[in-house]
Design a protein around this ligand. Structure first.
Ligand code: DGL
Length: 283
């Protein structure tokens, strides 16, 4: 059995890398739905169906658990799949499969509180509100998940999502870093204008963006704290396995990379991030 990691494309590799470091002996299988990337400009129903198809593919390959290493799929599809599809599918398969997202752990890291802890509104005067800037896809921004869920938990924190439409696609296609730097700098400025000042902290709320995390850091004021989604997800998965000690995640350290797109090598941009050649098999 293995841990499945799913994304529309190469973005989920940023999460995969941290999961592998945290669970080196586990078997991992990664699926990039590159035939349908990017997801962020697609409609909700389409994102739900594509995410479901990706999960089925990974369960067919022997994954017990699928981590949606994609904010867009986590924001749009996860709850629907957990409520309307997964219970029946589990019965059909006859094994305890599960799907987890990456937004809950990120919001836990951003608020410093467990997910269950919502704020009690007593009308207290708030002295100062810190702003978290969330760079994400159009679909994640439209869902307002970061705004809504942070607001439920912390009255002294406000999230502002900045939809970086097109950026995940450029990263997926391995666009030149100079071009990416310009697009990122422009979005940072737009967010600053919308907030009226620089954000106090930042979330790269699209896993593709972490591939060029250094370009975000360069475009933001020096030292802006970044809530690191891949580490937050690895921490959450560790807690999940503590609660589910019987979970079979494999023991041979096997790594497989599948794509619904073109098999073979990825772009230079991705290989530079990964640090070694990366070969994908046809899914
Ligand atoms: N990497 C994904 C995310 O975190 C999806 C980007 C896309 O396909 O638009 O949202």
């Amino acid at each position: 059995m293995s841990i499945g990691v799913f994304d529309s494309g190469v973005g989920g590799l940023t999460v995969h890398r941290h999961l592998v470091n945290r669970f080196p002996k586990a078997d991992f299988i990664y699926l990039a739905d590159q035939a349908h990337a990017p997801y962020g400009v697609r409609g909700g129903e389409e994102i739900v169906e594509l995410t479901k198809a990706g999960c089925i593919r990974l369960f067919d390959e022997g994954a017990n658990l699928v981590v949606l290493a994609c904010n867009t799929a986590s924001a749009i599809a996860l709850r629907r799949l957990q409520q309307t599809w997964l219970p029946g599918y589990r019965r059909e398969l006859g094994r305890p499969v599960n799907v987890l997202g990456i937004i809950v752990p990120t919001i836990e890291a951003a608020t410093g509180q467990p997910w269950e802890q919502e704020v009690e509104r007593r009308g207290d005067k708030i002295e100062k509100v810190d702003v978290i800037g969330v760079f994400c896809t159009a679909a994640t921004a439209a869902s307002r998940v970061y705004e809504i869920e942070i607001d439920k938990r912390r009255q002294d924190l406000a999230a502002f999502s900045e939809a970086c439409t097109g950026l995940a696609g450029l990263i997926e296609d391995g666009a030149p870093r100079e071009q990416l730097a310009e697009v990122i700098a422009a979005h940072c400025q737009v967010l600053k204008t919308r907030i009226g000042r620089w954000p106090d902290r930042v979330v790269l709320g699209c896993t593709h963006y972490e591939i060029v995390g250094d370009l975000f850091r360069a475009a933001l004021p020096e030292g802006t704290p970044l809530i690191h989604q891949p580490s937050a997800v690895a921490d959450a998965l560790e807690r999940y396995f503590e609660r589910h000690p019987d979970y079979d995640m494999g023991t041979s350290g096997r790594r497989r990379f599948l794509t619904t797109g073109k098999p073979g090598a990825q772009s230079d941009l991705v290989e530079a991030f990964w640090g070694e050649p990366l070969r994908f098999e046809a899914a």
